[in-house]
Design a protein around this ligand. Structure first.
Ligand SMILES: Nc1ncnc2c1ncn2[C@@H]1O[C@H](COP(=O)(O)OP(=O)(O)OP(=O)(O)O)[C@@H](O)[C@H]1O
Length: 463
């Protein structure tokens, strides 16, 4: 039996990559797994088609736990999976299935007709990591924070839209999720939806391709609070802008809250029609700025507390002094210092932090590291080609090198998760999110990974 064609559903590729390393997945189970064909993701559920009942039973009974764990590792975007038997697969195992074509699944799901609309309505896509409780307030973000709280407490009454702008890594996404989280805790049943502009665009394009415009509209218009991240991504995309324009108008007309983030203020958003820009200015515009030293120290302290890391104050202060502009880099520096200390079982003091952060500080001085620099340096380090990193090979060494390159792109450049995913052969942003988490964790556990990340950083500093 030939193995089925695998359409490109990146999250399934990532799950498979994880399961290769999982001892519970025996070669026999790998065989069953290889018969599963990912059909797409809907309502945070990954749909897998299998050719027969035996495969469905094996996957559901013996692989449920590993698959669910892999999904939860990857992030919150997809929270469950569902296996659907498609007997035609057995005969047509090489016939490609269009990604995002859900027509057939809707038919098989009639067994539970209420389930999908209910899930859709409540699918907020909020990341529980980002709340107001763990957002540190300082001079740089006080106003944005207050506006965000006001909007969560009185959706569509305080400011509509709320427009938050600022440079990369300064907490805009955090605030968006926190608004959703807080509003949900205040108002039972409030319908919140978070979406990045890249996802909105992809969703729109797929909805046209699959003739599912009505479902697309419902997804974004049947909400009380729409949180849309990085709107600058819609620059120059006339049709998606038009779709967003209608979504915005419908929501606003019906007293629904819209919150938008961007890297620049509305008036500096190029590639947008004036009518769009003027709508962005209807409500309140606020920025987030780079945090001052006190705030940076407070952010590090909070982060260390939440991760149960015991780091002396003077070390936190040192880190906050040397990494000054981007909070993501600040968190990255904390990860490295604590990883180094735990690997070496050594006490954390300033001289250790100085040693560990030397490369970061060196490279931060000229501060322009491009993703291409990172990918080239990583490929050279591992004696691979750049195409290996962009490609789809799942060999352990290439997969690790790719994840390290993704980690460094996330930490050291201002590219968004979807952009990094696109760069690495159009992978899903959840793959990048997973790579970032995995390398952050492995750096603390495995000296080899820590060394590899550090040595590539050193190379970048020497460019
Ligand atoms: N005031 C803050 N308190 C605590 N953590 C913060 C704060 N601001 C930002 N962070 C953390 O810094 C990291 C980067 O923040 P976030 O992703 O929200 O930035 P962003 O402005 O949306 O960046 P981008 O434009 O690149 O998407 C996150 O882990 C976030 O939790």
């Amino acid at each position: 039996m030939s193995s089925p064609a695998q359409p490109d559903v990146p999250i399934w590729t990532t799950v498979q990559e994880l399961l290769v390393d999982d001892d519970r997945v025996t070669p026999q189970l790998q065989g069953f797994l290889s018969l599963a064909v990912p059909a797409g993701v809907m309502s945070a559920t990954l749909y897998l088609e299998v050719p027969n009942d035996l495969t469905a039973a094996q996957i559901n009974k013996r692989l449920r736990l590993p698959i669910m764990e892999a999904l939860s590792h990857i992030g919150e975007e997809v929270t469950s999976y569902r296996v659907v038997v498609n007997h035609e697969l057995a005969e047509q195992q090489t016939a490609p299935i269009a990604v995002g074509d859900f027509g057939r699944h809707e038919q098989v799901r009639v067994e539970s007709p209420m389930e999908q609309p209910t899930q859709l309505r409540h699918e907020s896509r909020l990341n529980p990591k980002y709340t107001f409780d763990n957002f540190v307030i300082g001079q740089s973000n006080r106003f944005a924070h207050a506006a965000a709280v006001a909007v969560a407490e009185a959706p569509a009454k305080a400011y509509n839209p709320l427009f938050i702008y600022g440079d990369s890594g300064l907490g805009k996404t955090h605030l968006l999720h926190a608004i959703g989280d807080y509003a949900q805790s205040l108002y039972a049943g409030v319908k919140v939806r978070y979406v990045s502009s890249e996802e909105f665009t992809n969703d729109f394009i797929n909805s046209i391709a699959n003739n599912r415009g009505a479902a697309f509209q419902a997804r974004y218009r049947d909400v009380d609070i729409l949180l849309i991240d990085d709107i600058q991504f819609l620059q120059g995309r006339a049709e998606t802008q038009e779709a967003f324009f209608h979504t915005f108008n419908t929501l606003h007309d019906h007293n629904k809250q819209v919150v938008i983030t961007s890297d620049v203020a509305p008036k500096h958003l190029t590639g947008f029609e004036d009518r769009m820009r003027s709508r962005f200015e209807w409500g309140l515009i606020t920025d987030v700025q780079a945090p001052d030293l006190e705030t940076r120290i407070a952010i590090l302290r909070k982060k260390a507390q939440s991760e149960a890391l015991h780091i002396p104050d003077e070390v936190l202060e040192y880190i906050a002094t040397v990494v000054s502009s981007n909070i993501r880099e600040l968190e990255g520096a904390l990860i490295r210092v604590s990883a180094f200390a735990s690997l070496n079982r050594s006490a954390l003091d300033i001289s250790l932090a100085q040693t560990v952060l030397r490369d970061i500080i060196d490279t931060a001085e000229d501060n322009i590291i491009s993703p291409t620099d990172i990918i080239t340096a990583t490929a050279q380090y591992f004696k691979l080609t750049v195409d290996d990193l962009y490609g789809s090979s799942r060999s352990q060494q290439i997969a690790t090198a790719r994840q390290i390159a993704m980690y460094l792109c996330r930490e050291r450049t201002s590219l968004s998760l979807p952009k990094i995913g696109q760069l690495f052969g159009n992978r899903d942003h959840t793959t990048v999110m997973y790579a970032y988490k995995k390398i952050s964790e492995l750096m603390k556990e495995r000296r080899s990974i820590y060394n590899q990340v550090t040595e590539i950083t050193t190379q970048l500093g020497r460019r």
